[in-house]
Write a protein that binds this ligand. Sequence first.
Ligand code: 5GP
Length: 213
Amino acid sequence: MIGNLLIISSPSGGGKGTLIREVLQTTPDITFSVSYTTREMRKGEMDGREYFFVSVEKFQELVAKDEFLEHAEVHGNFYGTSRSQVNKLTESGKDVLLEVDVQGAKNLLAKVPDAVSIFILPPSFATLETRLRMRATESSGDLQVRLRNSFQEVLEYDKFRFVVVNDDLETAVEQIRTIINAERHRTNRQDAAIQGILDGFDAAMHRFEKEPN
Ligand code: 5GP
């Protein structure tokens, strides 16, 4: 069975990092596809865990080799989703979570219309600004860029199948888990399991017909 692709986007400071960590830790059969980026590694990040941190030259080499399912320039850096990683992970049968910006989400949805897309909306601009400032991971210039870009990003909410307002963390995690669970129960995503049950009915019916009343 092939796992679902789950696309999660939000403006920087939407709180998706913590949300995604919680969802990954508390949901069975789900995994994360680690993207490539040319941005600098932040304190506390590890190469191969949050991202594969590469030079612009290496990134361009990967683009030329068609290694990206999608790639985009976001806030002045390049980011890309690894095609080989996504294929390997979905083939393992697990759901694969992709954390991408809104351009990445649109490109992925054009290629994989059946992917499950979730937009994480901060409850207000003030909350987003506070979260970004408290995180203190960006220089003041980068912070301004991210705050400015958030106005365009929130307007893209209607390209997504679901919207989760990230006010209370626990509630938002629960809502995402509910979406993942509901998507796993879509009829077409259970075809193989249903067929097994129907085969059992079929065999039983033949036995039933042969037996005298
Ligand atoms: P950050 O630098 O804060 O980790 O991420 C900045 C933005 O890049 C976020 O909106 C994040 O979702 C997005 N991003 C991370 N990985 C990818 C990717 O592989 N593709 C695209 N298009 N965006 C990404």
